[in-house]
Design a protein around this ligand. Structure first.
Ligand SMILES: C[S@@+](CC[C@H](N)C(=O)[O-])C[C@H]1O[C@@H](n2cnc3c(N)ncnc32)[C@H](O)[C@@H]1O
Length: 216
């Protein structure tokens, strides 16, 4: 499993490798993440293009995912007994946290096949069971709760703020990218926390200011 993930990673970051990493705020969850000495600074052009073309988002646990994993532990009633879909699952951090909080059914959804490989591997690593979905439009029936962490960096996903209600009765979104809070006017702001992506990407501090929005 780890070999497949390393091969996937090296299609993008040639000299990168994964290591099992316990999350700082959730030591009960470990993920296969890029090792913290991953290559930074000026990279050969070929590698830069590969990273831009197919970013290995799944090899990081993003600040928003980290904050949601913490929230689901502190408030397991948010997902206990419910069917939950983690949209833009990446490593699967939120899906795993939902399963650990007692969700009845958890679906990890991502358009990136490498992310889905990571979700499978990380589910096994954490002894939880996840269903895998490669396209939200293929969801067979509405879920109780849809959770999305750090998916609005891609402005093409902004219409989701209105359309996700077609897929779930309740929606939780964690975001640190959108400055215009009025875009969330149909949501309640329920929490704000500071966090750092793991491993640290040396992003601007503002990208660690995570807001959690709820729509029920
Ligand atoms: C920045 S990562 C966040 C991963 C994870 N939620 C976390 O917080 O660590 C964003 C993820 O959203 C996925 N994504 C982007 N657009 C998507 C779409 N239309 N449908 C499903 N997944 C999508 C990307 O492939 C990527 O894995």
């Amino acid at each position: 499993m780890l070999e497949t993930l390393n091969n996937n990673l090296q299609q993008t970051v040639k000299s990168g490798s994964l290591q099992t990493t316990a999350l700082p705020n959730r030591e009960d969850i470990s993920l296969y993440l890029i090792s913290k000495d991953y290559p930074r600074g000026r990279l050969p052009q070929e590698e830069m293009l590969a990273i831009l073309e197919k970013p290995a988002y799944w090899a990081f646990c993003w600040a928003s995912g980290l904050v949601l994993a913490d929230s689901l532990k502190r408030s397991p009633n948010l997902c206990a007994g419910k069917s939950v879909l983690d949209l833009g699952a990446g490593s699967g951090v939120v899906a795993i946290a939902a399963a650990k909080a007692g969700a009845a059914r958890v679906i990890a959804c991502d358009i990136d096949q490498h992310a889905l490989d990571a979700c499978r591997a990380n589910a096994e690593l954490n002894h939880v069971s996840l269903e895998i979905l490669d396209d939200l439009a293929k969801l067979d029936q509405k879920v109780d709760l849809l959770i999305a962490a750090d998916v609005l960096y891609d402005r093409e996903n902004l219409p989701w703020l209105d359309t996700l209600v077609d897929y779930a009765d309740e929606i939780l979104i964690a975001d640190s990218r959108i400055r215009d809070k009025s875009l969330f006017d149909r949501y309640d702001l329920i929490d704000e926390q500071q966090a750092t992506t793991v491993p640290d990407l040396d992003e601007l501090k503002e990208f660690g200011e995570v807001s959690i929005y709820y729509r029920g």
